[in-house]
Every structure is written in structure tokens, then in C-alpha cells.
Design a protein around this ligand. Structure first.
Ligand code: SAM
Length: 260
């Protein structure tokens, strides 16, 4: 049981995370492109390749923010359906459903607008749900897939989020997590440290007028468990066949596991 101090610190962390994403929501997509030099798009594409979405799938993207991962899942399923049936969106089929869950309504609002611009029909396959990764409102064994991209390091209790991921997946369901991680290539690590500690907060101030939020984002990367430790935590949540892939020397890692 956490002591009083810890409870206050946890409350403060949740509030801080809320404030950070409320304040960055409108500039979030531009900043993502700027700070990763567009690489986050390739990393998300890689996440989707590993997920291998299929028509009829029920998928939950947690900390889904402005919908980047969910849109890719929809597009991938559309392309599979198209190839299979030379078809149309009817082949997205009534069964296919992608849920975007995020704790922050401002991020979801930006996502909904983007969905409307893309012409996605919410009733058909995409739903936006405000909720906490640590206490999901979805039923046990209800999803074929779970993704979380650049989200789990912001969660107060990572173990709770992992155990919720395990709970809502069906047997055979897949967990995938894309997250900024730890570089251990010597010289590259030094360059990356300078970039993240100096350049990111400065660009945050210049473009989004918000140095503090981006300072927080950098610090949250440092505190996140290293690749091996995080893989162990995923295993401890009950997942099997746990593995990870480092991208760009560990700037980013994709962890995955299966519920058997
Ligand atoms: N997944 C999106 C992407 O890759 O573009 C958004 C990532 S953004 C860096 C992190 C998101 O995590 C924010 O939208 C934030 O609101 C959300 N978040 C933070 N804590 C959360 C929690 N406990 N439960 C659900 N979402 C959370």
C-alpha cells in the first residue's frame, strides 16, 4: 500500500500527464513529425506490420491520442479486404471494430476531426472512448489485438496497464507496445542525450510555446524501464512469446507478447 506521500506524488503525476496532453493536443501531430524527423510514421508502420491486422478483427489502441495507430489499422484492413474481395468497405464488415481509448478528451477530439477529414464513418468501424489504461471499460477476452504507442511510459502503474491488456485480450490475442526506449550504442547515446535534453525542450518552446511539457516528456523516457526489464514485466503480466525489436539503436523499441 503506498504511503501518503506516494499517493500525492501519483495524483500529481496523473494531473501532470493530463495537463501535458491537454496543452499539446493541438500541436501534437506537428511536434511528432518535427521531433522525430518524420520517423514516428515509419515506426508506427512497423508496429502495424507486426500486428498484421485482419478483416473482422476487434482491436483496441490504448493511449491512442489523435488516432495515428488506429487509422493505420483501418487502412491495412481495407487494403487486405480490397485484395481479397476486390471489394469495398463492405468488406471491413460489420465485425471489424477498432477502438481508440485515451484518457485525454482533447486528444480524442483532434482524432475525431482527423477521422472525419479522412471520411471514416464512426458507426462502421471506429469508436473513440475516453478511459484509463489502468482500468479499461472493455470486457474480459473481447479483443484480438491491443496496441499502445508512446503511451505506456505515461501511465502511473505500468503493471496495472499490462494486466488490463491481458484481461481484455482473447486467447491468441496479441499485445504490442511501441515506446521510446534506451540507446546503448556508445557515441550515438551521447548524441541522443544532447538531442533529447536540449533540443526537444527548445523546439517544444519554439513551436508549441511549451517548454515544460516537452521537458516532462524527455524525463519520462529516462525513467521508463530498459528493454529487458520491460519484457520481463510483460511476461509477469501473463503474456507468452514475449520479445522486442530495437529500432534506431534503441531510440524506440517494439515489445510484443501473446495471450495463450
Ligand atoms: N498513441 C498516440 C501516438 O502514437 O501518436 C498518442 C501518444 S501520446 C505521446 C500519449 C497519449 O497517452 C496521450 O494522448 C495521453 O492522453 C495518453 N495517456 C496518458 N496516460 C494515459 C492513461 N493512463 N490511459 C490512457 N491514455 C493515457
Amino acid at each position: 500500500v503506498p504511503d501518503g506521500d506516494e499517493i500525492v506524488r501519483e495524483d500529481e503525476k496523473s494531473k501532470l500527464v493530463g495537463n501535458v496532453f491537454s496543452s499539446v493536443a493541438s500541436s501534437y501531430d506537428v511536434m511528432n513529425d518535427l521531433m522525430s524527423a518524420g520517423l514516428h510514421r515509419l515506426w508506427k508502420d512497423r508496429l502495424i506490420s507486426k500486428l498484421n491486422p485482419f478483416p473482422g478483427m476487434k482491436h483496441l489502441d490504448v493511449a491512442g491520442g489523435t488516432g495515428d495507430v488506429a487509422f493505420r489499422v483501418v487502412e491495412r484492413i481495407k487494403s487486405v479486404s480490397h485484395r481479397a474481395a476486390q471489394g469495398t468497405l463492405t468488406d471491413m464488415e460489420e465485425d471489424t471494430h477498432i477502438y481508440v481509448c485515451d484518457i485525454n478528451p482533447n486528444m480524442l477530439e483532434v482524432g475525431k476531426k482527423r477521422a472525419a477529414e479522412k471520411g471514416y464513418n464512426e458507426e462502421q468501424c471506429l469508436s473513440w472512448v475516453q478511459g484509463d489504461a489502468e482500468a479499461l471499460s472493455f470486457e474480459d477476452g473481447s479483443m484480438d489485438g491491443y496496441t499502445i504507442a508512446f503511451g505506456i511510459r505515461n501511465v502511473t502503474h505500468i503493471e496495472k496497464a499490462l494486466s488490463e491488456a491481458y484481461r481484455i485480450l482473447k486467447k491468441g490475442g496479441r499485445f504490442l507496445c511501441l515506446e521510446l526506449s534506451h540507446v546503448d550504442v556508445p557515441i550515438f547515446k551521447d548524441i541522443y542525450d544532447v538531442y533529447s535534453f536540449s533540443v526537444i525542450p527548445a523546439v517544444g518552446e519554439l513551436v508549441a510555446g511549451d517548454r515544460q511539457s516537452y521537458q516532462y516528456l524527455v524525463e519520462s523516457i529516462r525513467r521508463f524501464p530498459k528493454q529487458e526489464k520491460f519484457a520481463q514485466m510483460i511476461q509477469e503480466a501473463g503474456f507468452e512469446a514475449v520479445e522486442y525489436e530495437n529500432l534506431v539503436g534503441g531510440v524506440v523499441a517494439i515489445h510484443s507478447g501473446v495471450k495463450l
